[in-house]
Design a protein around this ligand. Structure first.
Ligand SMILES: CC(C)(COP(=O)(O)OP(=O)(O)OC[C@H]1O[C@@H](n2cnc3c(N)ncnc32)[C@H](O)[C@@H]1OP(=O)(O)O)[C@@H](O)C(=O)NCCC(=O)NCCS
Length: 165
């Protein structure tokens, strides 16, 4: 497993759609994003798209690991790799939007993200099709953020860590 930056257009759409079911949204942000991938046997099996917002802030627009590679630490390693690159670029605050329930909340909190706001009805108002997870409809978006100036996970380079797989 190797972590590296890449052209966002080289990431398979199928992978990006795992994190954001709207092709329209993906096409809207993809070309303006920095892209980081986890590559195995020359295939990207994990991807992270990050949109620079202002001089010191950025937003994670998409983070996905191919289904058969999940729960092996790859998403955490890719995110830590991406955050360490952002820190080197001078980014101080990283934001993201996610559903108000689901395992993703635990995933981001473990990496230090905290809840900032709740955008009620976001998934109803901004997506053509309803989004369900475990039979429950996603309605509200939680806005999470990480203060990178306090983040210590960037001291080591996760791209160089011993390989789990
Ligand atoms: C979210 C995602 C990127 C996480 O990637 P991953 O490689 O599976 O995550 P990791 O293996 O690094 O998980 C780290 C921790 O997060 C939590 N976690 C991750 N997936 C979980 C799950 N399905 N259920 C419960 N906890 C989970 C656990 O605490 C896990 O640690 P543990 O395995 O030691 O218990 C991946 O599940 C994914 O691509 N999901 C679909 C797309 C998506 O929802 N993207 C986020 C949009 S906001």
């Amino acid at each position: 497993m190797k972590f590296q930056t890449c052209d966002p257009h080289l990431i398979p759409l199928k992978l990006l759609l795992e994190a954001d079911p709207s092709l329209e949204h993906i096409e809207g942000y993809r070309s303006q994003c920095w892209a980081m991938v986890g590559v195995r046997e020359q295939e990207p099996i994990a991807a992270c798209l990050i949109l620079p917002k202002h001089r010191h802030t950025a937003e994670i627009m998409n983070l996905a690991v191919q289904e058969d590679y999940r729960r092996q630490g790859i998403g955490s390693r890719l995110l830590r790799y991406s955050l360490s690159l952002l820190k080197k670029k001078g980014i101080r605050k990283v934001a993201l939007g996610t559903g108000s329930f689901g395992y993703q909340l635990g995933f981001y909190h473990r990496l230090g993200f905290r809840v900032q706001e709740c955008w009620r009805n976001h998934f109803i108002d901004h997506y053509r099709e309803p989004i369900y997870e475990g039979g429950i409809q996603h309605k509200d978006m939680l806005r999470l953020a990480l203060d990178l100036s306090l983040w210590e996970g960037g001291d080591s380079d996760p791209a160089q860590q011993p390989e789990g797989i």
